[in-house]
Design a protein around this ligand. Sequence first.
Ligand SMILES: [Zn+2]
Length: 251
Amino acid sequence: MTIFIAIYITVVGLLFGSFFNVVGLRVPVGESVVRPPSRCGNCGTRLGAKDMIPVFSYIFSKGRCRHCGTKVSPIYPLFEAATGLLFLWMFLRFGLTGTAALGIVLAGLCIVVTIADLKYMRIPNKVLLFFAPILIVLRLAFMDAPWWHYGLGGLFGGGLILLIALLTKGGMGMGDVKLFALCGVVLGIGPAVLAFMLACAFGTIVGMLLISFKIVQRRQPVPFGPWLALGTMIAYLYGTQIIGGYFSLIG
Ligand SMILES: [Zn+2]
């Protein structure tokens, strides 16, 4: 039975991933997510059902438009696969629980924010306002720590990024502040601190690699939202173990 639920959740994740691509690419520029229907960016041919099977359409068409042969961005199948994997991961880690459901919605937020921030360097309010009530209601319904734990997480997340945004004058935006306040509420204080440390570590390491390989310029601004999203995912999935392991090491 578990295998069927796992497959089902993965397929649902792939389909949502396909939708999250549309949301992440359209909402930041004020476009509707339903209209117009998806088209090839080059020849304008309207995409049919055959072109919109998550991940597989890309593989079968070898990453090209079936009509004009133009290369399709690998961003699409990449984020479809990532969404499918994250949904599955939440189920394998937490089973059929409220914690898994909350994790799946949180994964949705993280994916959309990552796409929007990578493409436009923006985290749209609309996306945050859509996810915030669902995440907060689910968190209140499935708390595994006292409520103030989550309240502190939100204060820490929003407060810390706000402080950095004010000190660095533009290094981080208000979108990052609101995003990490929301992630902090879902994570709770301990995992929120961990998520921030992970985000800084990933951001620094990848940033240095990108600069040393001359893919980005030293002064070029890079979005921080994707790192906050990645840190949040790891902290949500394994935060308690990582923090527990750390304290047993130093204790
Ligand atoms: Zn085309």
